[in-house]
Design a protein around this ligand. Structure first.
Ligand SMILES: *[C@@H]1O[C@H](CO)[C@@H](O)[C@H](O)[C@H]1NC(C)=O
Ligand SMILES: *[C@@H]1O[C@H](CO)[C@@H](O)[C@H](O)[C@H]1NC(C)=O
Ligand SMILES: *[C@@H]1O[C@H](CO)[C@@H](O)[C@H](O)[C@H]1NC(C)=O
Ligand SMILES: *[C@@H]1O[C@H](CO)[C@@H](O)[C@H](O)[C@H]1NC(C)=O
Ligand SMILES: *[C@@H]1O[C@H](CO)[C@@H](O)[C@H](O)[C@H]1NC(C)=O
Length: 615
């Protein structure tokens, strides 16, 4: 409401039907309070002079449909309606086996005219029982993306939706979506798939397609590294599968980031998942750059309070981050929860009385200086400083408040979506020399005060039944959630009197998932034996770590009921071809009020990886 009033008030000369312009939320980003930072809709409207418009036969829905951020009565719908161009390079289209992508750029766009789309949401596949519909415009200003909010829906209900070019039969694929349960609704079961780290040149995104083919979930969660900003193989060798994303260099400009999303969104399994399920997403570092923190990233090598940097980038880091963030909001089906803060992606959703889903941004929002490879010893030396924050004060305060309010309202589970692993993990190698850092300070283990404050909040307020989800590491990890009271847990003393074998003293669990296609930390071609050896060792030396698996790419499905939170880890044995083969690696349970991984760990389900052995 406020949005429309505001825009109408400040832009008085808009034509009738102006609401359909503001209906494309991508025109309002990054701020409705500072129109000068965004796009002048009035100027875009002016470009609709007669004769300039595209005829419908020149237009197409180039990248499928997507939905996301379900609320009880509304959901975000996404598509892209663009003028068709000849593919720039037929040879490459053939090489990647991708559906034709119509690359456009300012230099190739024959007309700047906006494009009109209609959308509708119905209860049935045939779209007869329409419950919500509207009109929206798009244009090159927002990369021809369309993002609308479909309102007046019923809670926890499946819907179908479709876009079409106004006054024509040019239609998008048919999408399916589902609203969230109402905050106080009694929900007995919810199923989520959790994804992270999809590196296009290293493998097909089969993992995304599996849940859609099985139709096994309600919502998909993505914890980040949805794209990678690297050029080609990130300067290392990779598997010979010929998946070369556009543009063929590291991303810096807005156009670069848009092209990269356009490449990733040609993977048929990714398209299928977006078309089938609403997604709830957050970013990690690679949506902007490698190992980002609030003011820099790895190869820039800049440090807090210093202007020294070794890499000359084509644009400043601020500008690069803005480009990356803008392309993300254009291409991803998510809400901008604070229209005056386009960097804010942290948000939470009530999933009935069953759970609160708290999505964090421990990466781009306000992270203190990160591990940048060359500065490990320095980060090690400051990792305990209380002033270091992984999220910034504003987000931290909000996070702790969410946890308290969730307990107060009586939601059974608190599901926390974090980018990196929360648990303390010493990933040292047997007989390793000093050259190998045992602790990844790019995770919560580089921000010990933030982790302590989180654990302090949970323990001191007796907030139980917490399930942390994590990505980023490209391996799978299951841990009891516990406050180990030292940076070196040998021998195992714990703030909470934790017993690693019974799990006594823990306050929840962490399910850390493997990558969709990014290589294992042991290399893209590590053998199963190498991976097993390393996971055996990790489980042996880390008190709270109960299972680890370092070989497979894949994803995790989490099923929630009031009795139990169950995580099923799936591995995708072959990502060098598109195929529908998967293996269930293992399954773990956390029973309500038990606050630990159910013993015996994994029961009889563990087929791969390493389980903690009893003494
Ligand atoms: C429109 O796009 C879809 C999806 O990319 C494609 O399958 C279809 O062939 C395109 N239509 C035309 C007329 O190019
Ligand atoms: C793994 O790939 C690297 C090149 O990236 C190669 O040097 C090495 O021999 C390969 N190892 C195996 C086990 O194939
Ligand atoms: C975190 O908590 C542990 C256990 O109480 C303590 O040993 C450590 O010094 C704390 N570090 C910070 C930065 O608060
Ligand atoms: C990591 O584990 C190894 C092997 O147990 C141990 O020697 C080392 O001290 C540990 N490092 C840290 C920082 O916990
Ligand atoms: C860690 O906790 C244990 C058990 O509560 C306690 O005995 C020990 O002194 C603590 N160590 C530190 C370094 O705080």
């Amino acid at each position: 409401m406020r949005t429309i009033e505001f825009l109408t008030a400040t832009l008085p000369f808009l034509p009738v039907g102006f609401a359909s312009w503001a209906a494309n939320l991508n025109y309002l980003s990054p701020s409705t309070h500072h129109p000068e930072l965004g796009i002048s809709i009035r100027r875009v409207v002016k470009r609709t002079e007669p004769g300039a418009s595209y005829t419908p036969d020149k237009l197409n829905f180039t990248h499928g449909v997507a939905s996301g951020d379900p609320y009880a009565t509304s959901v975000i719908l996404w598509t892209r309606a663009a003028p068709m161009m000849e593919p720039v390079d037929d040879h490459e289209t053939l090489l990647t086996g991708a559906v034709p992508v119509y690359w456009h750029g300012p230099e190739m766009t024959p007309s700047n005219a906006p494009i009109c789309v209609d959308w509708k949401v119905a209860k049935d596949k045939a779209l007869k029982e329409v419950v919500s519909c509207g009109k929206a415009y798009t244009s090159s200003d927002v990369d021809y993306t369309v993002k609308v909010e479909a309102k007046n829906l019923q809670p926890f209900t499946r819907y179908y939706y479709q876009f079409n070019i106004c006054d024509s039969d040019v239609k998008s694929p048919l999408g399916r979506t589902k609203t969230a349960p109402g905050e106080n609704d009694d929900v007995s079961k919810l199923r989520l798939a959790v994804y992270s780290c999809a590196f296009y040149p290293y493998g097909h995104f089969n993992a995304y397609g599996h849940s859609a083919r099985k139709d096994s979930i309600d919502y998909a969660i993505h914890l980040g590294d949805y794209i990678y900003e690297y050029e080609l193989y990130g300067n290392t060798d990779g598997p010979p599968i010929g998946r070369i994303p556009k543009p063929e260099h590291e991303l810096f400009t807005l156009y670069d980031y848009r092209q990269r999303y356009a490449t990733y969104r040609t993977d048929p399994d990714l398209l299928l998942s977006h078309q089938t399920f609403p997604w709830i997403t957050t970013w990690d570092d690679h949506e902007v750059a490698d190992n980002t923190w609030k003011a820099g990233y790895a190869t820039l090598r800049n440090m807090e309070g210093s202007f020294i940097k070794l890499q000359e980038d084509p644009v400043s880091f601020d500008q690069r981050k803005m480009n990356a963030v803008r392309a993300y909001f254009e291409w991803m089906p998510l809400r901008q929860v604070d229209m005056d803060d386009n960097l804010r992606i942290w948000r939470s959703t009530a999933l009935g009385n069953l759970a609160d889903l708290v999505i964090l941004d421990t990466r781009q929002y306000d992270r203190s200086l990160a591990e940048l490879y060359f500065n490990h010893d320095y980060i090690d030396s400051i990792s305990n400083e209380a002033s270091r924050s992984m999220m910034g004060g504003r987000q931290e305060a909000w996070f702790y408040r969410q946890l308290s309010e969730s307990k107060k309202r009586g939601a059974t589970w608190r599901i926390i979506g974090s980018q990196t692993l929360f648990s303390y993990i010493n990933s040292s190698r047997p007989n390793a020399g000093d050259e190998f850092p045992a602790i990844s300070r790019d995770t919560w283990s580089g921000y010990i005060a933030t982790r302590n404050r989180t654990l302090h909040h949970l323990y001191s307020n007796d907030i139980k039944n917490n399930v942390f989800l994590a990505g980023d590491s490209h391996s799978a990890w299951v841990s009891d959630l516990v406050w180990l009271n030292s940076t070196d847990p040998h021998p195992i003393p714990s703030e909470a009197d934790y017993d690693p074998f019974s799990g006594r003293g823990a306050i929840g669990v962490e399910f850390g998932g493997t990558a969709v296609s990014s290589p294992s930390g042991l290399g893209w071609n590590a053998t199963r034996e190498q991976a097993q050896f390393r996971s055996d060792y990790a489980v042996e030396i880390n008190p709270s770590l109960q299972w680890a698996e370092m070989f497979h790419r894949g994803y995790t499905e989490v099923e929630l009921s009031h009795e139990v939170a169950k995580a099923s880890f799936f591995g995708v044995p072959d990502i060098w071809t598109r195929n529908d083969v998967e293996v269930k690696l293992a399954e773990f349970e956390c029973y309500r009020d038990e606050n630990k991984v159910r013993r015996p760990i994994g029961g009889s389900t563990v087929k791969y990886g390493s389980v903690k052995k009893s003494p």
